[in-house]
Design a binder for this molecule. Structure first.
Ligand code: FAD
Length: 596
């Protein structure tokens, strides 16, 4: 396999230096995210005063190699679109490094083990990598740092993936993450680095040292990773810093557009030229620095008379990103409903109710306060979501029978990117809007298929959309019919992503099951044969969802958010007993109809 091209012949930029280990002038730049040259303080520091620099990326087989059991082509953890995007980003980084007299060293295996082996083999005295707040990287970094501290290796791990350091914000807030965007903004203020220009280019880098017996390869292709010839529609977005900077330039050069950017206004059905920047996959892998993006936006704002502001402005979107990073970092078990200690918030607010406070002795109060300050503070509503693999598969595989929802799910599968409001539509449909399925199941599908899949942002938005946290207005449901129609009455978006409906007249394209049979025949799309009937009836299903959420909210309030598994099970049983039998019966009938 090409991937393990061992460098027994030193590559062009690899220089032999037998004294290197002894002189200790080598350093490793460990790329994980942050796949860029511009605004990369770890790379800058790694190259300073170093005679040799080893830019390393470790391919983790769990993330990259094929898993035939997964529900879509790709590895155990990532869909193939994202893997390809990453490989393109690595290739682009390698090209840029080569222009600077260096190159990217690709190694393969368990990242901590591979890295420690490289550290031993190359005898470097400095290890640099971008700080990462995700639990996966936090755990990885502990293992690596254990080794470096014992071996006396200097570690430099700056925060440059976000605008602010989440730990600083949490500290400023007395040890708890801020719970609202507005309180986050107040705590954050202006980024400290904004007053001085960011380093956006590097003129040269130290050469790569001898790699010894470490197995190093070129950036692999999809085929090298073992995927063979894959026939699938690929995302139109190409990975890499060069592409990111090009996209950024295009976006910010339209000053009027930047100045007037206002989310959630914007058309989710635009796909030839999407209504937003589509910079998220580049920010995810750090091909684009969010700080540089933010600085470019400030430059535009300075040069226009009027511009929008957070939360709706484009800079405001980057602040949403930082907000979710901060809450996620400060919240244990941020990615799940159960075992989420956050529900103890109820207890805290009870203890600190005015009046009650005066009843407890000051020392007891201090203990409670100390306890409360250590508690994470996001309040996750415990909801007895249903578990229904059939419904989940219909949603995931774009078979809900609602063309707006199914078209979005096809865009997810083929492009790995959808507009924010399109994500709202399908997340609401899966959870509190129609299907009443657990947000964690939907989160998993997004996590795999999005090319911008981001642990903090994805979980944060699923918590939001399912009305489990941040946002609690469960009566506001996106209609799978009228919401999309408002933006795209002709259904061009649906026609593109669901070609089976391309000849359906616009009167029926959002509800094809209502089309008379003659029209269906003429459109060459018989509902129930060529395109599914709706798996749920929106009107009755959404009413049921609201009823269930109302009961779940009431119980959470009554028990101060401290629901046991038994409480949840009891509530689930009660909700099932009280369920309106009508939608279930219709579903059964349809199932039978579908089979015959
Ligand atoms: P723009 O509108 O151009 O915004 C610029 C940048 O701001 C984005 O690239 C992104 O980094 C940030 N941003 C924008 N909206 C949000 C937001 N609501 N929360 C946090 N940051 C934001 N975004 C991801 O990057 N990764 C995810 O895994 C992800 N999962 C989501 C899941 C759900 C259920 C929902 C509703 C939204 C999710 N988002 C996610 C947020 C948002 O939809 C995308 O960031 C946005 O659509 C990306 O397109 P863009 O780059 O054109 O955004």
């Amino acid at each position: 396999m090409q991937l393990l091209l061992c460098l027994s012949k030193p590559a062009q930029h690899v220089k032999k230096n037998p004294l290197m280990a002894a002189s200790g002038s080598g350093s490793i730049m460990w790329f994980r995210k942050g796949l860029r040259i511009h605004d990369n303080p770890a790379l800058e520091y790694a190259s300073k005063g170093s005679d040799f620099l080893y830019p390393v990326f470790v391919i983790d087989p769990h993330y990259m190699e094929p898993d035939p059991k997964a529900f879509s082509p790709g590895s155990r953890l990532a869909g193939l679109n994202r893997i390809r995007f990453l490989l393109e980003s690595l290739k682009d980084l390698d090209t840029s490094l080569k222009k600077l007299g260096s190159r990217l060293l690709i190694s393969k295996g368990e990242p901590d083990k591979v890295l420690i082996q490289c550290l031993k083999e190359w005898g470097v005295k400095k290890l640099c990598f971008e700080h990462d707040t995700e639990p996966y990287y936090q755990a990885l970094d502990i293992k690596v740092k254990e080794y470096t501290s014992a071996a006396g290796i200097e570690v430099f791990s700056p925060v440059s993936h976000t605008l602010f350091n989440p730990a600083d914000i949490i500290q400023r807030n007395g040890g708890k993450p801020p719970l609202t965007y507005q309180s986050f903004l107040k705590l954050a203020g202006q980024p400290s680095w904004l007053s001085s220009p960011l380093l956006t280019s590097i003129s040269s880098l130290p050469p790569v040292g001898d790699v010894g017996s470490c197995e190093i390869s070129e950036v692999p292709t999809i085929k090298d990773l073992g995927y063979g010839d894959i026939e699938q529609e690929w995302t139109p977005f190409r990975g890499g810093e060069s592409e990111a900077l090009k996209r950024l330039k295009e976006s910010v050069s339209d000053k009027k557009w930047v100045a007037n950017f206002e989310k959630p206004k914007g058309n989710p059905s635009l796909f030839v030229k999407p209504a937003t920047t589509v910079l998220s996959p580049y920010l995810k892998f750090g091909c684009l620095s969010s700080r540089y993006f933010y600085q470019c936006l400030q430059d535009v704002y300075k040069n226009v008379q009027k511009h929008t502001s957070p939360p709706v402005s484009l800079a405001g979107q980057l602040l949403w990103r930082d907000f979710f990073y901060t809450v996620a970092f400060g919240t244990p078990n941020f990615d799940r409903m159960k075992g989420n200690k956050l529900c103890k918030q109820g207890a805290r607010s009870f203890f600190f109710k005015k009046g009650y406070r005066s009843l407890i002795s000051s020392s007891f109060h201090n203990i409670i306060q100390d306890f409360a300050l250590r508690m994470p503070s996001l309040n996750v509503v415990m909801i007895p979501w249903n578990d229904d693999d059939e419904l989940l598969a219909a949603w995931r595989e774009a078979r809900t029978g609602y063309p707006w929802i199914d078209a979005i799910m096809v865009q997810l599968r083929t492009w790995g990117w959808m507009h924010h409001l399109a994500r709202h539509s399908v997340a609401c449909f899966l959870t509190r809007g129609d299907m009443f399925l657990h947000w964690e199941r939907g989160r998993d599908v997004f996590e795999r298929l999005l090319i911008d899949s981001d642990w903090a942002i994805n979980n944060g938005n699923w918590l939001w959309l399912s009305c489990s946290s941040f946002f609690y207005q469960y009566n506001r449901i996106y209609s799978p019919i009228s919401f999309g129609k408002k933006y795209d009455p002709n259904g061009n978006y649906i026609r593109h992503f669901l070609p089976v409906l391309k000849d359906m007249p616009k009167e029926y394209i959002y509800e094809p099951w209502t089309a008379p049979s003659g029209i269906q025949r003429k459109a060459k799309c018989i509902v129930g044969r060529d395109y599914p009937k709706p798996v749920v009836y929106h009107d009755s299903a959404s009413k049921e969802c609201k009823r269930k959420l109302a009961e779940a909210y009431a119980l959470n309030q009554k028990l101060n958010g401290q629901l046991s598994q038994e409480d949840l099970d009891n509530l689930r049983r009660k909700l099932a007993q009280d369920e309106d039998p009508e939608p279930k019966i219709r579903r059964q009938r349809r199932k039978v109809g579908h089979l015959t």
